[in-house]
Design a protein around this ligand. Sequence first.
Ligand code: ZN
Length: 223
Amino acid sequence: MSFLFQNKNSRTFKPRKKIPEGTHQHDLMEHAAATLGSGNLRLAVQLPEGEDLNEWVAVNTVDFFNQINMLYGTITEYCTAAKCKVMSAGPKYEYHWADGTNIKKPIKCPAPKYIDYLMTWVQDQLDDESVFPSTIGTPFPKNFMSIAKTILKRLFRVYAHIYHQHFSDVMSLKEEAHLNTSFKHFIYFVQEFGLVERKELAPLQDLIDKLVDNDKEKARAQR
Ligand code: ZN
């Protein structure tokens, strides 16, 4: 998982979210890292036998936050208010920020500001013990899955912005393999549990089809 992304260029945008050692969630995270290493993503994202779906989604959501945090952290010098005047994902998609609580009326702002709002908002959710309980026996809230869906829907936009507006920057840093691995893992995960609506994924639909098709071809070739 995230250990794949530690290299000379990596630096995080926000502090890394840690899952405490010795907890069940930490064990789950290690299990996920081990199965990911097997190379079969479809299998790696599946709910391990006997595990709780909320917990599995929670652990993976933290991991995606950390991955995106690092991927975006490596390109912050390219994503400036002057270059990215709006939060876009190609010419057809533009996002305005609202969190539904503190900011209700969507505001149009430069991409770095939008992403700062977005990552801070996600960080606040992950740090909220009543939403993401880290101690054993503390139940997840009833609306946990809907909060997780909102987090993943918003995190997707950072991938979409990076792919559409900064892919050449990513290439110049030789980070494209990390970006693709991370994004593919994200897509397989959200597809497995239906966590992000198809229309939300539209800005990267062509890429998604390509990544998934490539895997199908590989599987066919191995048969
Ligand atoms: Zn940008």
